[in-house]
Design a protein around this ligand. Structure first.
Ligand code: FAD
Length: 400
């Protein structure tokens, strides 16, 4: 009976490499020691914990699954574990790490020139630069193909005009931009209508901060901003990949990002199960611990089962996903679709199990619920995943 009784029997941790186990332990203890003591204040005030950025870089957590150029060269599973453990501490910290690694660093690493890699990646990996990713616009989110930001080829530079919305890490403090922006724009000119990607530095002429977005439901220790480009001059050498080839970058970028986002939902679910399980053992109603009541048992048991299902799907996929090849959309969308809604539902049940205490800040489950909701929207909405997955499935004859 013993071996059927708990996490160990099913524990995918048994299959982790020494390095994966080490980075999981490192993140877990770092979150306890460094994040939890200060993060409530940042989340309450809507400020970014800049004081932790260098430490995150020193631990090798930025672009952790990329090789060379100052990056740690860990596995995709290690990257997932990093996201899960950081999310368990705080969504804002995790969001900084995943945007920097999979949305700002990955496209440079995968599609950039040697000069771009040498110039930007070591500083992004060390946390000396804050990286951002600009795809969404004020009027175009789920339909990036409609984007209005334009790039004009002007010889030794490109000129960008437009605006990007909801940019994570876009404003580090009031009025202060992040350092490096990976920006998508539509090429303008005779017969040219393709997307290109550019590295824009905060010091370039014509880039400015639009509105800093405040009063978000959750993820309050992560900053979100609008970034505006007005005749913004970008040196020609800052084009990433071929001109007009960025549609492919976008799809690869989002594939990598979605695995990290699924792992974040796992972090939320795990913390929620731990909290409701502990609470239901201690709290009494009608003279009995809550965990003796069938309806409460259902909340706890279903949550655990769903968390474990998400864990196997996500890490199973992360283990076989390749950063080198495209076409992994079905399951990169699939893990995020399943885990984002699962994480939100599990956090919701945790609030229910804690009753009135769950509705208030002390036990943290209300914050987990607020953070979980974003994952049904950011990095692709659940509706976008439905669409992508159904399109991919239409090409498949037989499932595994
Ligand atoms: C906190 C936060 C951080 C973010 N960080 C970044 C970032 O760093 N960089 C970045 O580029 N973006 C970022 N985003 C943007 C995010 O990716 C978009 O919000 C998301 O893609 C949805 O776009 P939208 O908000 O414009 O919604 P819309 O596209 O307007 O969609 C609204 C609703 O309609 C649904 N919908 C739209 N089209 C269809 C359709 N054809 N069929 C069915 N339903 C449809 C959507 O699923 C959604 O439910 C962030 C967003 C948030 C909230």
């Amino acid at each position: 009976m013993e071996k059927f009784s708990g996490l160990d029997f099913y524990n995918i941790d048994q299959h982790l490499s020494d390095e994966e186990r080490m980075v999981q332990d490192l993140c877990r203890s770092w979150v306890e020691a460094r994040v939890l003591p200060i993060i409530e204040g940042h989340a309450r005030n809507g400020t970014f914990p800049m004081e932790l950025v260098k430490e995150i870089g020193e631990m090798g957590l930025l672009g952790a699954n990329l090789e060379g150029y100052g990056c740690a060269g860990m596995s995709n599973i290690a990257y997932g574990l990093i996201c899960q453990e950081l999310e368990r501490g705080d969504s804002g910290i995790r969001s900084f790490v995943s945007v920097q690694g999979s949305l700002a660093m990955f496209p440079i690493w995968k599609f950039g020139t040697e000069d771009q890699k040498n110039k930007y990646l070591p500083k992004l990996a060390a946390g000396e630069f804050i990286g951002c990713f600009g795809l969404t616009e004020p009027d175009h989110g789920s339909n990036p193909g409609g984007m209005l930001t334009r790039a004009v080829d002007d010889g030794d530079s490109y000129v960008l005009n437009g605006a990007k919305m909801w940019i994570t890490n876009g404003a580090i403090a009031d009025g202060e931009l992040g350092d490096i922006f990976l920006v998508y724009a539509r090429m303008e000119g005779a017969g040219r209508n393709e997307l290109s990607m550019f590295i824009v530095e905060k010091g370039f002429e014509g880039i400015s901060l639009g509105q800093k977005i405040t009063d978000k439901l959750g993820m309050r220790a992560s900053t979100t901003a609008e970034v505006v480009f007005e005749d913004c001059r970008v040196p020609a050498e800052n084009l990433v990949g071929e001109e007009g080839s960025a549609l492919m970058h976008m799809m690869r970028n989002l594939e990598v990002e979605r695995v990290g986002l699924a792992a974040m939902s796992l972090g939320i679910a795990r913390r929620s199960v731990e909290i409701m399980n502990e609470y239901a053992k201690e709290r009494k109603s009608f003279g009995e611990p809550l965990n003796r009541f069938g309806q409460i048992q259902r909340h706890i048991a279903e949550s655990y089962g769903e968390y474990m299902a998400g864990r196997f799907y996500t890490y199973g996929f992360a283990g076989r996903m390749s950063l080198e090849k495209p076409g992994q959309r079905l399951d990169s969308d699939g893990v995020k679709l399943y885990c984002s809604t699962m994480g939100k539902n599990v956090a919701d049940r945790a609030i229910q199990v804690l009753g009135g205490y769950g509705y208030c800040g002390e036990y943290r489950v209300e914050r987990l619920w607020r953070d979980a909701k974003l994952l049904e929207i950011g990095g692709g909405t659940v509706e976008a995943h439905h669409k992508n997955m159904t399109r991919e499935l239409a090409r498949v004859d037989k499932l595994l």
